[in-house]
Design a protein. Structure first.
Length: 134
């Protein structure tokens, strides 16, 4: 007895859209009748999707809510989320380090600039001192 797309979905605990997508992508083979309904051999279906009877209730819920493509996408997104979280932690640590440096610099009094000492007397007196050698 061959399955329709709806029967196949119930037999393996996934949505009808998942079965249809698998048929269109060539993951499982099936044929359409004159009315456009899919006809899927059970052996072909269970080659890719395990039957529901062998699956645990947790697996059945997972299969109903997520296709293999979505599970892979979820894993990729979780990894990306973890990487972004780590980058955020590093950025916050760097920010805190620069904040501490800025606080230390603002607390330390600036070194006084040396005041240039002007020689005593005016221009002409300095000039005559040089000529006299004093």
């Amino acid at each position: 007895m061959k399955y329709t797309a709806g029967q196949a979905a119930k037999a393996v605990g996934v949505s009808k859209a998942t079965i249809t997508r698998a048929l269109q992508n060539g993951k499982i083979s099936g044929s359409k009748d004159d009315n456009g309904a899919w006809s899927i051999d059970p052996a072909e279906l269970h080659r890719v999707f395990p039957p529901v009877a062998h699956a645990t209730p947790e697996t059945q819920i997972l299969k109903q809510s997520a296709t293999p493509e979505k599970v892979n996408e979820t894993a990729v997104l979780e990894r990306e989320n973890q990487m972004l979280h780590e980058a955020l932690i590093e950025a916050r640590q760097e920010r805190d380090r620069w904040h501490q440096i800025a606080e230390r610099l603002s607390i330390a009094p600036p070194a006084p600039a040396p005041i240039p000492q002007m020689p005593a007397g005016g221009f002409w007196s300095r000039l005559f001192k040089k000529e006299r050698g004093t």
